[in-house]
Every structure is written in C-alpha cells, then in structure tokens.
Design a protein around this ligand. Structure first.
Ligand code: SAH
Length: 294
C-alpha cells in the first residue's frame, strides 16, 4: 500500500485504506449510511450497539399487555436483551481467555460485542470494519466508557488485518462473514490466531439439504447486498485452513421467537418475512460454529 492509499480521520487509530474492491466500497457506504431505528433505538437501551439478531425465549411478562402505553419501549428492550444474549453465546465459545490475551472482532459494526467481550475477559479487543462511521462510533463509545486503551475499532478489510501472525487468542465474525470469500476469510483468521486459539462465527447460512439458495435467501442477499454461504462452504473453508470445528450449533429454533416478536413491532424493515419463511422451510439456518486453530 502506498501513502496515497491512506486518509486519516484525525484519530491515529482510524486509518482508512481504500476499499480492496468496488464491492467493498459499496458495503462501506451501506454501513456508513445505516441508521435504522431498529439498530439505534435498541442500542440506546444500555449503550451496547449491535447489528445482529437475537436468540432465546421471549419474556412475555416483561412486554406487558397489548394496551400497555409502554409496550413499544418494553418491546425494544426485550429485542435488545435477546441480541445481547446472542453475543453472550458467542463469547461462551471462545474458550479460556485471560487478561493478557487479544481478541479480534472481524466486521465489528458499532462495537457492542467488543465492549461485552472486554467486560467479560478484561482483555484487549481489536475490531475492524469497512465503515469509518462505525469505527468512529465504536471508538467514541469506548472513550465514554473509559475503555479506549482496551477496545479499539479500525477501518480495514478483514481479509488483510493489521495484526501479527498468531497475535490473537480468539477471533470472531458476528454476522459479517457473508460479505467476503470464505476461503480468504478463514486463511486470514488462521494466520492471526495463535495455535490453540479459537475462532467463532455466528451466521445465517443456506442449508445444503435444501439444495440451492431459496428465493427467501436471494431476497436477504439483495436486501443486505451480501452473499450468504452454505453450511458446507463454512466447514470446508475451515477444514482447509487448520480450523477444526469444536462445536456446530443450529440456533435456528432459538432465533425464531426474536423474529416473530420483531415482526410485530413498529421497527420492521420489510425483511422479516424472508427470514421467518426461510427458517421455517429449512432453506436457511442460523448457526454458531466454533473452531480450534490447530
Ligand atoms: N459484528 C457486528 C456488526 C455486523 S454488521 C455486530 O454483531 O454488531 C456487518 C459488519 O461487517 C459491518 O460492520 C461491515 O463494515 C463489516 N464488514 C463487511 N465486510 C467487511 C470487510 N471486508 N472487512 C471488514 N469489515 C467488513
């Protein structure tokens, strides 16, 4: 990379390489302009901003009844609780992490998972995103929480991360692996992970048992400008890059209540039907895969 490829935003930690491809430029723009209430209002609940979905049983008692004037507020808090529960399940699979370890969040969004990881393990958490706005947002939140020394977001391509070989004890993709080639992605995680470290992904994937991507999966791809991979492709790319699955968990039944609740809220984005139908017809799955770097 030459110096003409770089621009800075005033913070040393946010150095912006030009996107590696026109597609990455599109994705950077998408997330720079993303300000859907469904993401921001949920994050406002407790200052942890997520761009992923939720899992677990809905607490109907916490929602109040249909006529409750606070119903919408309670519903937002409940969706947010389920999204944080999702992060907790991801963190549960990182294995033994000590304060001196480094974790890497590949495709870190506004940084909610990074803050939760630091709060749990007390270690450094490094995040990368294509979006300058997201990196700035995440760094601002870390500063407000007094965590700037430990939690840092950078603008860069996760296929070429600014980390040493073997630097990370754990790394993850939380709903961010559908934007890249899986072979390239697993090669890069394998490079930055220490042998004995752990990689975790939570992702939607199409189900090889269904045959090919269903029309719902195609709709989700068009909505998010992404390319959902199959379960088979994940396992193959991991196997090819010294990442040996330690757990493969089908979270589809655990995420359906979240989607059914979300579809009843004022925050609908129009894509809810595609998720619910494809989860139900078996063409699409929500999975967690944790793999040992051997
Ligand atoms: N993991 C976060 C955000 C998920 S949204 C969360 O759980 O909240 C998808 C994220 O992937 C966005 O932050 C987007 O910038 C990032 N992303 C997509 N392609 C990327 C790439 N090639 N390199 C780095 N980040 C990427």
């Amino acid at each position: 990379m030459t110096s003409t490829d770089l621009t800075t935003t005033g913070r040393d930690s946010v150095v912006i390489p030009s996107p590696a491809s026109p597609y990455q430029g599109d994705i950077a723009r998408y997330w720079d302009h993303e300000a859907r209430p469904v993401n921001l209002r949920l994050g406002d609940v407790d200052g942890l901003y997520h761009h992923h979905y939720g899992i677990g049983e809905v607490d109907h008692a916490a929602l109040g009844d249909a006529g409750d004037s606070e119903r919408e507020k309670k519903l937002i808090a409940e969706l947010h609780r389920l999204e944080s529960a999702q992060t907790n399940v991801l963190l549960d699979h990182l294995g033994e992490i000590g304060r001196d370890h480094t974790l890497v969040d590949a495709g870190c969004g506004r940084g909610g998972s990074m803050v939760m990881a630091h709060q749990r393990f007390g270690c450094k958490v490094e995040g990368v995103t294509l979006s300058t706005k997201q990196a700035e947002f995440g760094n601002r939140r870390a500063e407000e929480l007094g965590l700037s020394d430990s939690v840092r977001s950078r603008v860069c391509n996760m296929l070429n991360m600014p980390f040493e070989t073997g630097q990370a004890q754990g790394s993850w993709n939380n709903e961010s692996s559908m934007y890249v080639d899986l072979d390239d992605l697993m090669a890069e995680h394998s490079r930055i992970l220490a042998p004995g470290g752990r990689y975790v992904t939570i992702t939607g994937c199409w189900n090889p048992r269904y045959g090919q991507p269903s029309k719902w999966v195609s709709q989700i791809n068009a909505h998010f400008e992404c390319n959902i991979h199959s379960r088979r492709e994940y396992l193959k790319a991991m196997a090819d890059h010294r990442l040996v699955p330690q757990a493969v968990i089908d979270l589809t039944p655990d995420t359906l209540p979240y989607w059914e609740l979300r579809a009843t809220s004022s925050l609908v984005t129009g894509i809810e039907e595609a998720f619910i139908n494809s989860y139900k017809d078996g063409s699409f799955q929500y999975v967690l895969i944790a793999a040992d770097r051997v």
